[in-house]
Design a protein around this ligand. Structure first.
Ligand SMILES: [Ca+2]
Ligand SMILES: [Ca+2]
Length: 440
């Protein structure tokens, strides 16, 4: 189902939003299964500050695997009751027992597949069970094999195959993502001792928590070849779940010490104890909340005749300069110049990037000739375009000497920056001793 978004694509989307200055500072929270207190705790995804007990009613007993579904809700493996519970992804309110029975006894890892189905590893039966992602109906024991003993983490790879950590055989196994057929042992060695959580990183490599080895190990995402012990600090004890955050760093639960530890996604260097306390006891799996949808439209500052205010359009004139102004949160190089229109008119070819002016606030809602500013450079690069005056005049209709007109600007960001619509405006004053509405 197309609504499903892989963790890698999610991270990429967030990176693009961050680059475009669009990602809200509180776009993502970190949810952690506090297994020994039977709660799912929520921490600020940026600061690690404790936010709330997200889920933790009487229905939840020993939470383990966490996954957001295509419906935006949170699915939690309740080890003690042998169920998958569904909670509102927005509020944490308990919705229902999504599924139970059908051989599900001790759920551990939980993930949604590219097909929208729910996949759950069951430790008792050493199988990965597959459920309809909408109804929760069991559709079968998807993956099982004599080599699979005590499965923990489950993840779909860049190749859309299913990867499962087999804790008792010290291996990561690969199963055909469509049929569940056993493909083979994908990764092992490098000191792997009790593989638990696993995740494919933004770099495409496979990261595995070695629960008894107290390290996160890294394997080539294409070949499974051991690369290195990605983490090497002594503070990580019984690493369980792991996930990459919106900023690209790696977050690992240190179950025995009751912490979520943060590591550089580039080097594996320990950064900080990201979350701890507030009842966090034996944290296992963890997940970031999906980011809120980005804005559908961005307001931008537009400056006709940068450096001048009011913006006098003294006729006859051939072309006027118009700048889209950069700010601390808006990078004008993300604008797709080909899409920009001023009063519906396309700019002349060519553009320049210079810091020429400071925005007048607010960016929109202008009506009077002096709803503008003549302030010059502000340290943020601006995008300068030129528009043909005759085209503008024919677009805005009859004008006379002294006419004040608000010119709307529209366009889009480049596709790589999300393609979001931009909107802005500036006000001009027409000056001419003669009539300039084209009438003789
Ligand atoms: Ca101006
Ligand atoms: Ca500027």
């Amino acid at each position: 189902m197309s609504l499903w978004i892989s963790p890698q694509r999610f991270a990429q989307a967030i990176a693009i939003l961050m680059a475009a200055g669009l990602a809200d500072a509180h776009a993502a929270d970190l949810l952690v299964s506090s297994t020994n207190t039977s709660q799912v705790l929520r921490y600020d995804g940026n600061t690690g500050t404790f936010a709330s007990v997200f889920a933790g009613g009487a229905e939840l007993d020993t939470p383990v695997g966490l996954a957001f579904g295509p419906d935006g809700n949170l699915y939690v493996g309740s080890l003690g009751t042998g169920q998958i519970l569904r909670y509102s992804g927005a509020t944490g309110a308990f919705l229902n027992v999504f599924t139970s029975g059908g051989g599900l006894s001790e759920p551990s890892g939980v993930t949604f597949g590219p097909d929208g189905a729910l996949y759950v590893s069951d430790r008792t039966s050493s199988q990965v069970l597959r459920y309809d992602g909408v109804t929760g109906t069991l559709t079968g024991a998807f993956a099982s094999h004599p080599a699979l003993l005590d499965p923990f983490g489950v993840a779909f790879g860049p190749d859309d195959h299913l990867y499962v950590s087999s804790a008792l055989t010290q291996e990561i196994l690969r199963f055909d993502g469509a049929t569940g057929a056993f493909v083979g042992v994908f990764a092992t060695g490098g000191g792997l001792n009790g593989p638990a959580g696993l995740v494919f990183g933004p770099d495409g490599d496979l990261y595995v928590s070695s629960l008894l080895g107290n390290q996160v190990l890294r394997y080539d995402g294409a070949t499974g070849a051991f690369i290195d012990a990605f983490t090497s600090d002594a503070g990580l004890v019984s690493p369980y779940g792991l996930t990459f955050g919106p900023g690209g760093d790696l977050y690992v639960s240190s179950a025995t010490t009751g912490q979520v530890r943060r590591y550089s996604g580039d080097t594996g260097a320990f950064v900080e104890i990201f979350a701890s306390g507030n009842g966090l006891a034996f944290p296992t799996y963890l997940v970031f909340t999906p980011a809120a949808p980005g804005p559908t439209e961005i307001e931008v500052a537009v400056d006709v005749k940068p450096g001048a205010c009011p913006n006098v359009l003294a006729l006859p004139a051939h072309a006027i300069p118009v700048a889209i102004l950069g700010t601390a949160s808006f990078d004008v190089t993300t604008v797709d110049v080909a899409t920009v229109r001023l009063a519906g008119v396309a700019p002349r070819s060519g553009f320049a990037l210079h810091d020429v002016a400071t925005p007048a606030e607010p960016f929109t809602g202008k009506s009077k000739a002096k709803d503008c500013t003549a302030k010059g450079r502000d340290g943020f690069t601006d995008l300068i375009l030129h528009f043909d005056v005759r085209d503008i005049l024919s677009a805005i209709g009859p004008v006379t000497d002294g006419t004040v007109k608000v010119l709307p600007l529209t366009g889009n960001l480049k596709a790589a920056a999300g393609g979001t619509a931009i909107t802005g405006e500036d006000v001009v004053v027409i000056k001419n001793k003669r009539r300039c509405d084209g009438k003789k």
